[in-house]
Each structure stands twice: as structure tokens, then as C-alpha cells.
Design a protein. Structure first.
Length: 165
């Protein structure tokens, strides 16, 4: 699956997904809350096969259905047990952070806490699966993953005055 997010100035945001079957779905979320959904065939990403519009309530309802709120296929229990133990946290790195201007490797984040840095959001780019040599900069947002205890340990070590959310 490929995922792309695009700012649409004055309109909102566009999210596009290319599925494993090479079909494309695009969702435009307007500032007003309106959602436009477009479906493209494998052969033509320029002209949608179909499209429809949802208001915010309808989009929330559809999202709940897709997330399995109303029905879960068999085998979901194992995934749910895993997901209950998984915590994803966004950490804003300001100028006073002990992480600034140091690499993931030098900080030994995973070794000290068990937490994995899965992404760094930096200005207009996303660094997915950053290399250990990646230097963390002021203004970055780290996306970290671990269990509850690992996340707590991360904050104890790198942000001792902070409480995890």
C-alpha cells in the first residue's frame, strides 16, 4: 500500500492510497468538514470510476465500520491483543530537549527504553524508519512506538519532568 498526503491551500487536505491491487482511492477533506471520495481503476489514475461526498457524521460512521467497531472478522482477537499493548506517541522536540542535535544511535533510545523511533516529521518531509545515524533537530516531531512501560521509560529518561499522556 502506498499513502500520500497533500495540502490543498484554501481547500483542505488530500489523502491518496494505492492498494495492494493497484487501485487508487483519494479522499479530499475540506476545511468545512465535507469529504469527497474518489475511486480509480488500476489502469487510469486520472479519471475516477466513481465518486461520492460524505458529511462529517457520515465519514465518522464509515470510519467506524472500516475500523471494525461493528463487526470483526475471525482472527481479529490476536491482532487486538497485540494492538492493546502497542502505544504510539508523538514527541515534539523543542530547543531545550536533550534530543536536539544528537543521533538516534548516540542517544541509544531503543537500548535504554525499548522504544522505536518509526518516523520523524520535519518541516515538509516525513522520514519513515529513520536510520540510527539520523540526527534529531529542533522542531522535529518524533513518532515513537512501544508498550506502555517502554513509553513511560522514554519520558523518564529523556523528559523527566513530563508525564506521558
Amino acid at each position: 500500500m502506498k499513502f500520500k498526503e497533500t495540502d490543498l491551500p484554501g481547500i483542505g487536505k488530500k489523502f491518496s492510497v494505492i492498494t495492494a491491487d493497484k487501485e487508487k482511492i483519494s479522499v479530499i477533506i475540506h476545511i468545512s468538514g465535507k469529504r469527497e471520495i474518489y475511486f480509480f481503476s488500476k489502469d487510469d489514475f486520472d479519471e475516477p470510476v466513481c465518486s461520492f461526498v460524505l458529511n462529517e457524521e457520515e465519514a465518522n460512521q464509515l470510519g467506524s465500520i472500516l475500523m471494525g467497531t461493528y463487526f470483526k472478522p475471525e482472527g481479529q482477537e490476536e491482532k487486538e491483543m497485540f494492538m492493546k499493548n502497542l502505544v504510539i506517541e508523538w514527541v515534539n522536540v523543542d530547543k531545550s530537549s536533550p534530543l536536539v542535535n544528537r543521533s538516534i544511535k548516540d542517544l541509544e533510545i531503543r537500548k535504554k527504553t525499548g522504544v522505536t523511533v518509526v518516523s520523524i516529521l520535519r518541516e515538509n518531509q516525513t522520514i519513515t524508519n529513520p536510520l540510527p545515524e539520523e540526527v534529531i533537530k529542533e522542531g522535529d516531531t518524533l513518532v515513537i512506538v512501544g508498550n506502555k512501560e517502554q513509553i513511560e521509560k522514554f519520558f523518564q529518561i529523556f523528559y523527566p519532568a513530563c508525564e506521558p499522556r
